[in-house]
Design a protein around this ligand. Structure first.
Ligand SMILES: NC(=O)c1ccc[n+]([C@@H]2O[C@H](COP(=O)([O-])OP(=O)(O)OC[C@H]3O[C@@H](n4cnc5c(N)ncnc54)[C@H](OP(=O)(O)O)[C@@H]3O)[C@@H](O)[C@H]2O)c1
Length: 363
C-alpha cells in the first residue's frame, strides 16, 4: 500500500475544505499539515475555518484540532514534514508563483489548483484521463529549478473540465476543428455560498473575470506536445467561450457546439464516449471514476443538481447530443467544479504522479 504525508496550503478556503474532506479517508494520502494565511496561523483548524465551513459533512475529527501553519512563513518546516502539498490559495498571481516555486525549491512537490503557473512552459497542466504523458516535462522543470524531488504540477481551470474531456477522444479519429461553448458556472467556483453571496440568489451574472480567456486558451496546452524542455501548445481546436455565473451552489454546465474535420455519426460519438478510458481507469487509481464520460439519453438530463455528484463528483455527464444547423453537432456537459474541477482533480493528479513514480515518499 502506498503511504504519503501531505499538506494542504489554503486549507481554510473553499477548495482547501474539499481537500480536507476528500483526504479524510484516503487510502494513500494522510493529512500532516494544514496551512493558510497569517490570519489563520496558530489557530485550531475548526476555529480558523469557523463559519466559512461550506461542506455538507462535518469537519473531520482528525483535523478539527490541528493547528494551522503559516503557508508563507513556515515553508521550510512544512516542506520537511510532508511528501508533497496541495495548493489552493487566494493571493496575487506573482505571489502564488513565488510561493509555489519556494515549496518546489524546498524539495516539496506542489499539486496546484491555482492559475499562476498554468502557462509556465515546463509546468505540466494535466487532466489525468487525457494528457498524463505531459508528466515527462517534470524532469526538465527540476533541472531548471535545480531540485531533486521538488516540482510544480497544475490542474486546469474548472470551467473546461466537462467539455475538454468530451471532445478529447473524438479528436483523434475525427479532428475537432471549431468549438463554441457557453458555460453556466456555480457560485462555489468563486469560493462563495448563497450565505456569503446573497446577490446570486435568483440571479445570473454574465461576467466571470478572466474565465473566457482561460476556457479558450488552456485547452490548447492540454492538447500540446512536449518538445525538449517545454510544452508547446497546440494551434487547434479553435475555441470561443462565454462564461456566465448562475444561481447553482456547485456544478459547472457547458453548452457546446462543435465542428469536425470529418463528421462522425451520432452513434460513433456515443460509442467513443462510452468506451473511453484513461490512465486513472486503466491503473484503477483510488479517486478514478469507473466510467469517466456518461451519456444520458433523457432530453432533460444532465441536470446540475441531479448529476454533479456522479461517481463522487469525479465523472463527466453528457447529454442532448444532436445535429446543429451551423456546426456539426451540439450537446451539453456537466462536471462538479470543486470536485473534478478542483480538489478531486488535484487528488487524482497526485495519485497519477505517485503511481508514475514522480512523487516518492521520503519517510
Ligand atoms: N472554487 C473553485 O471551484 C476553484 C476551482 C478551481 C480552482 N480554484 C482556485 O483555487 C484557489 C483557491 O480558491 P478558493 O475558491 O478555495 O478560494 P477561497 O475560498 O477564497 O480560499 C482562499 C485560501 O487562500 C488562503 N490565503 C489567502 N491569502 C493568503 C496568504 N497571503 N498566504 C497564504 N494563504 C492565503 C486563505 O486563508 P485564510 O482563510 O487564512 O485567509 C484560504 O485558505 C484559487 O487560486 C482559485 O482560482 C478554485
Amino acid at each position: 500500500m502506498k503511504n504519503y504525508k501531505v499538506g494542504i496550503i489554503g486549507a481554510t478556503g473553499m477548495v482547501g475544505q474539499r481537500f480536507v474532506t476528500l483526504l479524510a479517508n484516503h487510502p494513500w494520502f494522510h493529512i500532516e499539515v494544514l496551512a493558510a494565511s497569517s490570519r489563520s496561523a496558530g489557530k485550531a483548524y475548526k476555529d480558523a475555518v469557523g463559519k466559512k465551513w461550506a461542506m455538507q459533512a462535518d469537519i473531520p475529527a482528525n483535523v478539527a484540532e490541528m493547528t494551522v501553519m503559516d503557508a508563507t512563513a513556515d515553508i521550510e518546516k512544512i516542506a520537511a514534514a510532508v511528501d508533497f502539498v496541495f495548493c489552493a490559495v487566494d493571493m496575487k498571481k506573482d505571489e502564488i508563483k513565488a510561493l509555489e516555486e519556494a515549496y518546489a525549491k524546498a524539495e516539496c512537490p506542489v499539486i496546484s489548483n491555482n492559475s499562476a503557473n498554468r502557462h509556465t512552459p515546463d509546468v505540466p497542466m494535466i487532466i489525468p484521463e487525457l494528457n498524463d504523458d505531459h508528466a515527462v516535462i517534470i524532469d526538465a522543470q527540476k533541472k531548471r529549478l535545480g531540485t531533486k524531488r521538488g516540482f510544480i504540477a497544475v490542474k486546469s481551470n474548472c470551467s473546461l473540465q466537462s467539455y475538454v474531456p468530451a471532445l478529447w477522444p473524438l479528436d483523434e479519429k475525427y479532428g475537432v476543428k471549431d468549438v463554441l461553448v457557453c458555460t453556466y458556472q456555480a457560485i462555489s467556483g468563486a469560493g462563495k455560498t448563497f450565505e456569503t453571496w446573497p446577490e446570486m440568489i435568483d440571479n445570473v451574472i454574465p461576467y466571470i473575470g478572466g474565465e473566457e480567456e482561460k476556457s479558450e486558451i488552456e485547452p490548447l496546452k492540454i492538447w500540446g506536445k512536449v518538445e525538449g524542455d517545454k510544452i508547446v501548445p497546440a494551434s487547434k481546436p479553435n475555441f470561443t467561450a462565454q462564461c456566465l455565473r448562475v444561481a447553482a451552489s456547485d456544478g459547472h454546465m457547458a453548452a457546446v457546439f462543435v465542428r469536425f474535420d470529418k463528421k462522425p455519426s451520432i452513434d460513433e460519438i456515443k460509442k467513443i464516449w462510452a468506451d473511453f478510458k484513461g490512465y486513472p481507469q486503466i491503473e484503477n487509481l483510488p479517486s478514478a471514476p469507473k466510467q469517466f464520460l456518461n451519456y444520458f439519453e433523457e432530453d432533460n438530463l444532465p441536470q446540475t443538481k441531479l448529476q454533479r455528484n456522479l461517481e463522487n463528483g469525479m465523472a463527466i455527464s453528457v447529454g442532448r447530443l444532436r445535429e446543429d444547423t451551423q456546426y456539426d453537432y451540439k450537446f451539453v456537459c456537466l462536471s462538479h467544479n470543486t470536485l473534478r474541477g478542483a480538489a478531486g482533480g488535484g487528488v487524482l493528479l497526485a495519485e497519477t504522479l505517485c503511481n508514475k513514480g514522480y512523487i516518492v515518499s521520503k519517510f
